[in-house]
Design a protein around this ligand. Structure first.
Ligand SMILES: [Zn+2]
Length: 405
């Protein structure tokens, strides 16, 4: 993390106090786990779950022997207070370099509500990364407007895949290609393990239970407990297994119906997350135009609330063979040779991005870049910039962790 936040140093304690749901530190080494709840203000389940977690850790402290550090952080405080997704703009869509440059280089007094929130959260994260011990884990709790089984979203780096696979929950890969500026993608570019956990529907109390179960299992997998009640993790595993009905598949997003504030979007009732829909089924109405499924597909995150930038997604299941193949292919270290291919060259700015000229490299599909460990971003009709996820990942930090092997 590189921005100068010295302006905030005096206020650190105050920021910490108002954002900390809980904090526990035992021993001198890592791991350090940072949990977020309420990045979206209409999703308070994560905050309640973390509250429950820290309460139990305190109440039953004699039964636990902890080694490491745990933070529970509140996301969007003004929006949580108002029970809305956001006040001025989505706090989970502004973590891009140009936005952060603007926030940190501009006048603090001109910042919008969520920009101030991002400013403070950035500062806290920087403090934690400077003062706490690796390996670091970031877990962000969310809920959805539609009925859903719990699921994990990750940027598709192998460290994330391996960690996410430790939980009895389906995993959605590559959402970052479709979303601009989620917090976890930003932290991912710094190389850390990050997982998003969507625990259920906003208003469903089970969402709190699921998030709390996930938090316990994350602590266990990260190796925080030297000692803990033996049946605790079996029980928390069972909570998630029951909630997901045994679904532990990997999926990838293939389409996003994007909408803006000025659009008039209405999802037709009755769709649940992961529902199978047939081609031609009416899904939604966008500005008076009927939107139908353009193919047989699984529907993902149908939007049943006013605020949001995605109407719905399509997803498809990824076969185990494809997962194994891509893990193997990533060992070929594509970054060393990919610019030798026709139509692919380094970007002017250098760094981790590579420019693809689609007029020349039209035979290389997005699927191939995914296999090689790249995520892509469309620049214009003829160009993609692709980023190597594995180069960004700080795999060395995790190589001795039991789940990594
Ligand atoms: Zn959310």
């Amino acid at each position: 993390m590189t921005y100068n936040t010295s302006l905030l140093n005096k206020r650190t304690e105050k920021i910490k106090q108002k954002r900390l749901i809980g904090h526990l530190k035992r021993g001198t080494g890592g791991p350090t786990l940072i949990f977020f709840g309420g990045i979206h203000g209409n999703e308070p389940s994560g905050v309640s779950a973390l509250d429950g977690l820290f309460n139990t850790l305190e109440r039953r402290k004699n039964e636990f022997q902890v080694n490491g550090e745990i933070f529970g952080l509140c996301g969007n405080l003004p929006a949580l207070k108002g029970g809305v997704r956001f006040v001025d703009r989505d706090l989970n869509r502004l973590w891009t370099p140009p936005e952060l440059d603007r926030i940190f280089e501009g006048n603090v007094n001109d910042l919008k509500s969520e920009e101030t929130e991002a400013f403070e959260i950035y500062h806290l994260l920087r403090e934690i990364l400077l003062n706490s011990a690796p390996p670091f884990y970031f877990i962000d709790f969310h809920t959805t407007s539609a009925d859903t089984i719990p699921f994990i979203t990750i940027n598709d780096a192998l460290i994330n895949r391996k960690f996410a696979q430790q939980f009895p929950v389906p995993i959605i890969l590559g959402i970052e290609e479709y979303l601009e500026g989620p917090l976890l993608s930003f932290i991912n570019t710094k190389g850390y393990v990050c997982i998003g956990f969507e625990s259920g529907k906003h208003s469903d109390p089970v969402s709190i239970t699921n998030s709390e179960a996930m938090a316990w299992l994350c602590l266990q997998q990260a190796g925080v407990f030297k000692e803990a009640p033996s049946d605790l993790f079996t029980e928390q595993n069972r909570v998630l297994e029951n909630a997901t009905k045994g679904n532990t598949h990997f999926y990838e997003i293939t389409f996003r119906e994007s909408i803006t504030d000025s659009d008039n979007f209405m999802m037709y009732p009755g769709f649940e997350n992961f529902d199978w829909v047939k081609k031609g089924v009416l899904l939604a109405n966008l500005n008076g135009e009927e939107k139908e499924a353009t193919k047989n597909t699984l529907i993902f995150m149908p939007l049943y609330q006013k605020q949001g930038e995605e109407g719905y997604f399509y997803i498809r299941r990824i076969g185990n063979w494809a997962l194994r193949l891509s893990a193997r292919i990533r060992k070929l270290k594509a970054h060393k040779w990919i610019t030798l291919l026709p139509g692919i060259r380094g970007t002017k700015e250098g760094g981790l991005g590579v420019m693809v000229d689609l007029r020349v490299a039209r035979f290389f599909s997005k699927a191939l870049f995914h296999l090689l460990g790249y995520r892509s971003k469309k620049i214009d009709k003829n160009h993609l910039v692709i980023y190597n996820r594995e180069l960004m990942a700080n795999s060395d930090m995790y190589k001795d962790c039991p789940w990594y092997k």
